[in-house]
Ligand binder design. Structure first.
Ligand SMILES: NC(=O)c1ccc[n+]([C@@H]2O[C@H](COP(=O)([O-])OP(=O)(O)OC[C@H]3O[C@@H](n4cnc5c(N)ncnc54)[C@H](OP(=O)(O)O)[C@@H]3O)[C@@H](O)[C@H]2O)c1
Length: 327
């Protein structure tokens, strides 16, 4: 049996069931990969609930690692037997084996094990494009303050470490004192428990009233308004997620009133549109991980059969760092 997690309609975690998914030969520019581990991401929740629409039935999952079993015509960067890892559209990584587009699949360096490979690609490449490619006017330099919400999560803990390595002063937010402690241990210069503290006031205090150059916001609805007030004039509001719900529509005039600030909504898959850009970002990530600058914490592991519980825990904010599904 080739196990795959499928939903026939959007809804709660109970919609996810394991089906037998026959797998064929790869077509042009495709590969077949036998997974060793699969990554869990918050985007999987958006797809399961229908916040991000897809046609049904839908196989879930956008991240994994494994061994290349077959290579279709036109694929030159991978061969049978290669160790590989990826973050990729279309969804469908919660499975034993799949056929998929090869463009975003990268050879995994020998020094990186399969579990780490499965945990780090979508989250690590996101931290990469945020900190290296999603920048305010004039860029970021050593000593600059940035605000990063949900800093103890999967993307968050990678960003804490990478920002520190870049010399940035990352102010993290998280929903408990224990999560704040973790963010600080992994490189956040400051951490604010936004469940009980006014993060806007604390950011002003920490920055001596000046505010930050960038806010990286994946929480969305609950943090949006106050985040705009944390920015310096001409600062950048970089929205990249909606864990608390989508941001409400707003009038652009507000951006002028708050100091001629910039707003962008970024998504990883624009950055990964080509093989070249994917590989360049992946090489940067692999370098950060193999050098020890960024450690990939896998704080939760669930067998594939327990995927419903994995989603419940992620949505209930019970997880920290990365989570994988084991096969
Ligand atoms: N646009 C992109 O390219 C891109 C790529 C990857 C990820 N993302 C986004 O980045 C975020 C982080 O992804 P991840 O997979 O690493 O997840 P994660 O950060 O491990 O988990 C989400 C975290 O969001 C926080 N949160 C705040 N309000 C929440 C709410 N109402 N319900 C649930 N969680 C809430 C929780 O941390 P606290 O308890 O500390 O608040 C929770 O642990 C997600 O929003 C994801 O969609 C975007």
């Amino acid at each position: 049996m080739n196990r795959a997690v499928q939903i026939d309609q959007t809804g709660g975690p109970e919609q996810m069931k394991i089906v037998d998914a026959p797998v064929g030969e790869p077509g042009p520019n495709q590969i077949r990969i036998r997974h060793k581990a699969v990554g869990l991401n918050f985007i999987d929740v958006y797809q399961r609930t229908g916040l991000y629409p897809n046609t049904m039935p839908l196989r879930l999952g956008m991240e994994g690692s494994g061994i290349v079993e077959a290579v279709g015509p036109g694929v030159t960067h991978l061969k049978v037997g290669d160790r590989a890892a990826y973050a990729s559209h279309p969804p469908g990584s919660y499975c034993d084996t799949r056929v998929m587009p090869a463009t975003t699949v990268c050879k995994l360096p020998d020094a990186i094990d399969f579990d780490t490979g499965a945990a780090m690609m979508l989250k690590g490449l996101t931290a990469q494009y945020l900190l290296k490619r999603t920048l305010p006017q004039g860029g970021l330099k050593e000593g600059d303050f940035v605000l990063f919400h949900a800093a103890a999560g999967g993307v968050g803990l990678i960003a804490c470490q990478w920002a520190k390595a870049m010399g940035l002063r990352l102010i993290g937010t998280a929903g408990s004192d224990a999560k704040c402690q973790l963010a600080r241990e992994l490189g956040a210069a400051h951490a604010i428990n936004y469940a009980k503290e006014d993060f806007g006031a604390r950011v002003k205090e920490i920055t001596g009233g000046k505010g930050v150059k960038v806010v990286y916001d994946s929480v969305g609805k609950d943090t949006w308004d106050k985040s705009l007030d944390c920015l310096q004039p001409f600062g950048l509001m970089a929205s990249f997620g909606n864990a608390s719900g989508p941001v409400a529509p707003f009038a652009p005039g507000i951006l002028g009133a708050k100091g001629s600030i910039y707003v962008t909504r970024q998504t990883l898959f624009t950055h990964m549109a080509t093989r070249e850009s994917t590989q360049a970002m992946a090489d940067d990530l692999f370098g950060a991980v193999t050098s020890g600058k960024v450690k990939i914490r896998i704080d939760q592991r669930y067998p594939l059969e327990q995927v419903q519980q994995a989603h419940r825990d992620l949505e209930a904010r019970k997880t920290t760092g990365c989570t994988i599904l084991t096969l």
